[in-house]
Design a protein around this ligand. Structure first.
Ligand SMILES: NC(=O)c1ccc[n+]([C@@H]2O[C@H](COP(=O)([O-])OP(=O)(O)OC[C@H]3O[C@@H](n4cnc5c(N)ncnc54)[C@H](O)[C@@H]3O)[C@@H](O)[C@H]2O)c1
Length: 414
């Protein structure tokens, strides 16, 4: 075999994994259907922002191809394609199905397959049955299969791929051993379990965070109803208190957090905590627009939005709540909307101009600080100084440190 590992889907999960394996001496090749991504990778350029990988890429030998027949030259196949959630609370398996159908003719005896995309419980069993039927091989003796979830946070892949324990879900001893042989190149600690438990480890990790953030968002809504200050309350509640720290309120979004609750809700017809967390987190953009309108109007004004991606310091806009907030702002018919996102060069999702910070501050009557980007935190005094004298700010992340969700520049001066 020419390659120890082949990664199918060299996106935000697959590419860092491929590069980190290569860095650790594992001969790895990437597979993708996106020719632009392949060209960038083969020219040693990262297609997206991920700390530390721009430099690493220039130092190691990692290539990518769209030629699936090269699977024959690979010992271990790791699948890392996207698994979004359809609007109908159903995982969209289009990408995974395309991969399975595409590789089935090239699967040979001895191949070890590892599913790493986040999936709903029992999806690995689906892959198991699909592969056995389409290839005629038996899993556990002819070919091998595990589910090994990716639990890195975007922006921290380089560090976390080598520090997080790896979870290996398999249905037979040989598959588990083969997956361990791959991941022991990265992880110091490996846990073995079955397919479904491994699927749930990943979902529980994400859903736990999602619900926790929804609690903070619920607290912000409750505090506002009582006209008291949520930031001050949380500071006092957390200070030297030994039983659990409450997170700060904020936009809770992104392709992982926003969808993973739905993977469990696929098989649950009842209202539950997960669904309610979704409602609370999804309400926040509307909450901010409505709160602002208790102070001033949006109609006929110039509205500036600072930040567009799904979380701080990333260029990933998938499932960001900022576009949703922009849609609510637009429904109030502003004269002009200006958006500035420092982590992205050029147009935003092909929809909006990415305005300069200076122009946005100079022209806006209201500024939504939509994200807690480091670039905003570091320059907040200047941002406020450069805004119009009577500019309103919406600052849910408390980037300004004013402890106010809505404030006017005049009050800030005081
Ligand atoms: N982004 C994260 O931080 C993160 C963290 C943990 C887990 N996950 C999970 O990992 C999976 C991948 O997420 P991502 O963010 O890397 O997605 P992504 O969209 O960035 O990457 C998916 C890649 O797969 C490629 N692809 C699609 N269909 C293909 C096919 N038929 N053959 C070959 N390549 C194909 C796409 O072109 C793309 O480059 C998802 O299940 C996600 O939930 C993501």
């Amino acid at each position: 075999m020419n390659y120890q590992v082949g990664i199918i889907g060299i996106g935000r999960v697959g590419l860092p994994l491929g590069l980190s394996l290569t860095k650790n001496g594992v001969k790895t090749i990437g597979f993708d259907i996106n020719e632009q991504v392949i060209e960038l990778v083969n020219n040693k350029k990262m297609p997206f922002k991920e700390t530390g990988y721009d430099e690493l890429m220039t130092k190691i030998n990692f290539t990518a191809t769209s030629d699936m027949s090269k699977i024959k030259e690979v010992e271990n196949i790791i699948i890392t394609v996207g698994t979004p959630l359809l609007a109908h609370i159903e995982t969209d398996l289009t990408q995974l199905n395309a991969v399975l159908t595409g590789i089935a003719p090239f699967i040979q005896k001895g191949h070890n397959l590892i599913l790493r995309s986040t999936v709903a419980p029992k999806t690995t069993w689906y892959v198991h049955h699909f592969l056995e039927l389409k290839t005629g091989f038996k899993i556990g003796s002819d070919i091998f299969l595990s589910f090994c979830p990716e639990r890195i946070a975007e922006g921290k892949a380089l560090e976390e791929l080598e520090t997080l324990p790896q979870i290996i879900g398999s249905n037979d001893l040989q598959s588990g051993k083969k997956a361990e042989a791959v991941f022991s190149n990265l992880a110091k600690k490996i846990f073995h379990t079955d397919y479904t438990s491994a699927e749930l480890v990943k979902l529980f990790n994400n859903i736990y965070r999602y619900i926790n953030f929804s609690i903070s968002n619920q607290f912000a809504i409750i505090a506002e109803n009582y006209h008291v200050n949520v930031y001050e309350i949380l500071r006092m509640a957390n200070h030297d208190y030994p039983r659990g720290q409450i997170s700060s309120p904020g936009f809770t979004a992104g392709t992982c957090l926003r969808k993973d609750f739905g993977m469990i809700n696929e098989t649950n017809p009842y209202s539950d905590l997960l669904l309610n967390a979704w409602k609370v987190n999804e309400y926040i953009p509307r909450f901010l627009v409505e709160k602002l309108m208790l102070q001033t109007t949006i109609y006929g004004k110039t509205i500036g939005v600072l930040g567009y991606s799904f979380k701080n310091d990333t260029d990933d806009t998938r499932d960001s709540l900022v576009p949703k907030m922009i849609r609510y702002i637009s429904r109030e018919v502003p004269k002009k909307l200006m958006i500035h996102e420092p982590n992205i060069t050029g147009k935003l999702d092909g929809l909006f101009e990415n305005e300069s910070l200076q122009d946005t501050l100079k022209e806006s009557d209201v500024i939504f600080i939509a994200l807690n980007h480091t670039a905003f935190k570091m320059n907040i005094a200047q941002i406020i100084a450069d805004a119009k004298d009577d500019c309103w700010f919406v600052d849910y992340w408390n980037v300004s440190g004013t402890d106010k969700i809505i404030f006017n520049k005049k009050d800030f001066k005081k």
